[in-house]
Ligand binder design. Sequence first.
Ligand code: PBG
Length: 335
Amino acid sequence: MVKRWVMAFPTHRPRRLRTTPELRALVRETTVSPGDLVYPMFFHAGLSEPRPIASMPGVSQLPISHAKKWAKDLRARGIPGVILFGLPEKKDAEGRVGLDPNGPVPRAVREMKEACPELLVMTDVCVDEYTDHGHCGVLRDTPHGKEVDNDATIAILAEMSVVHAKAGADVVAPSDMMDGRVAKIRQALDSEGFSSTALLSYSVKYASAFYGPFRDAADCAPQFGDRAGYQMDPGNAREALREAALDEEEGADMLMVKPALPYLDVLRDVRKSTALPIAAYNVSGEYSMLHAAAERGMIDLDRATMEVLTSIKRAGADFILTYHALRAAEILQGK
Ligand code: PBG
């Protein structure tokens, strides 16, 4: 029981450390800096001007011709890296257009690395941006309908990773959630001489409603069914540890939890279960909902942005993939 005198004359007063901004800064446990942020970008093979994405205020599909300018601009803002998504001019059933060394991602990688070699260029490795049906894998017919074929898909992902590595990607990031793809990709990279290309695995990726705006951005909404047959069930936390452990065993250099906000508990659990660096993906729906609320005068966008990013770091992320990166870097530089 709390002693009555403690209540009347508290000797320990946490508020003492909150009296000035300097003191608060001194005892702050978690800080965010531009160096913690990776900016996701969408390059479209068929554009000559940026095309704004209606459901993601401030984000556009970009022409490849803008890649160089962006690379320099991001470095100037103190943002260390990007993750690239590609939109081809034509899609096919197996996403093989994603293997074209002159596709939007390899081209944007080359341009960005040429303009700014120190910018970390990561690439999303998945077929959903390249398949005409929008699924993250190759389909096969089964007695109970169409199904994503795990092993046929990971063969294509391994090839795609090599194409991205050849273009100069520093990090490849498979986001498909097929089983065994980390080992397959690692093997392919090593055998092609890319043993120093790092692998960031989207290890713990949930079947989430928060990817809604991204599917506009990357034009990859599944044409039938959903992704629950390969992405994780939102009710599962222990399964996240199994996924993380498998990817670590298979040779992933870094693990990712995605989305971030509805899964901060999972992020914390994964943080405790591995010594590998962990990324969190603050996804499109998490970004757009702040903008939507702010547009309606419900919240202050800048404050909400920094609070969200701080919460993700506090939960255990070493770095954050976020569409807020540009504005966050400005806020942090007092602009
Ligand atoms: C799949 C992929 C998705 C995202 C990143 N990679 C979409 C999905 O799984 O449906 C979502 C990112 C976001 O919502 O910002 N290639």
